[in-house]
Design a protein around this ligand. Structure first.
Ligand code: DAH
Length: 336
């Protein structure tokens, strides 16, 4: 019986010596070390070994198994080295090779767009102001001349944080126009600011709507400000942002806090060819708003605007769905 072990050793050693490529090595593994290989068969003979020889047989068979396994591993390492050398790559482990560079994070495209807005408007003389995201209904509605009966105040169209019919309700602001009021309450005219930040509305999500988004608000108050100033500021801004040949237009509209009012449109492609897309509202500050903040409406004039930052970024970077901005898929975010 012990002879069988020696025979297997001889055959296996000879075969392994002849192996000189990975395929042949794999054949060797299957033939000797595999689940249906020679070693397994040898162990299967155990039941036929006379009782007094079982121990000896077992020890020898196990020794052979370890021997062949070690020889196999050696061969495998040698083959790897020679094939790597043959193909000109040198030894398998090159300790002088620099490590893969770490994957760096980056600013979100909305944050990058906000930086750009602040810079573009700074060049036109606008300071940057900030206001709270949790607002009271005085700053979100009342001071902006939005009457109690106005549909914009509907509890179903806002995220109220307290009873909308109780005293001085609070809500997540639905527009950054709130910051116009806060700035004018604290600053004497003239005023020239923009404000950027999040706003919240319970809108259904689709390619161009999301329940949280960002706006850039602008306010310009001085003597003799006219609609021409508003128009040239916005057109100049749009060209700086999108390029000289961008198609933009102003269309008459209505907002309670401006008179007259307009909407700004840009041509963009959301996958169905070029279409006009509304990117925000604007107008001449309504005298009623000046009265709320204690500015003399006879002495001061102004314009204001509020634009959707997501839509600006979508137009600029050819992003066809607002939802991609908030899914946090790095394959998307890494592009910017
Ligand atoms: N607050 C308006 C909105 O969110 C946009 C807007 C319109 C802002 C006219 C303004 C403005 O400052 O003058 O729909």
């Amino acid at each position: 019986m012990l002879e069988k072990i020696d025979q297997l050793r001889e055959r296996a050693t000879a075969d392994l010596q002849a192996v000189n490529d990975p395929e042949a090595l794999e054949q060797f593994r299957i033939q000797y070390l595999g689940t249906k290989g020679g070693l397994k068969a040898l162990m299967g003979l155990m039941k036929d070994v006379p009782k007094d020889q079982k121990r000896d047989f077992g020890q020898n068979a196990n020794a052979l198994k370890q021997e062949l396994t070690a020889a196999y591993e050696d061969k495998k390492a040698n083959l790897g080295e020679t094939s790597a050398q043959a193909s000109g790559h040198g030894p398998l482990l090159d300790i002088t090779e620099p490590p893969a560079p770490p994957v760096m994070g980056r600013r979100h495209i909305i944050s990058q767009t906000i930086d750009e807005l602040i810079e573009v408007f700074a060049r036109m003389g606008f300071d940057h102001a900030e206001g709270p995201e949790v607002e009271d209904d005085y700053h979100n509605f009342v001071a902006l001349n939005i009457p109690e009966t106005h549909p914009a105040r509907d509890p179903l169209d806002n995220f109220y944080l307290s009873d909308p019919f109780g005293p001085n309700p609070t809500l997540l602001r639905s527009q950054t126009s709130t910051v116009q009021i806060r700035v004018m309450e604290q600053t004497a005219p003239p005023v020239r600011i923009i404000s950027t930040g999040r706003v919240y509305r319970p809108d259904e999500h689709d390619a161009t709507h999301y329940s949280m988004f960002h706006q850039v608000e602008g306010l310009y108050v001085d003597k003799h400000v006219s609609m021409v100033d508003l128009k040239s500021t916005l057109i100049q801004f749009a060209k700086a942002m999108f390029g000289q040949d961008a198609d933009v237009k102003l269309v008459p509209s209505y907002f309670p806090f401006t008179e007259p009012s307009a909407e700004l449109y840009v041509k963009m492609d959301l996958g169905k060819g070029l279409e006009w897309m509304e990117i925000g509202g604007c107008g001449m500050v309504d005298p009623a708003v000046f009265e709320h903040v204690g500015y003399d409406p006879e002495a001061w004039t102004g314009f204001a605007f509020g634009l959707g930052i997501e839509r600006l970024a979508m137009r600029k970077h050819n992003i066809q769905d607002i939802r991609w901005l908030f899914e946090n898929d790095v394959r998307f975010l890494r592009q910017f």
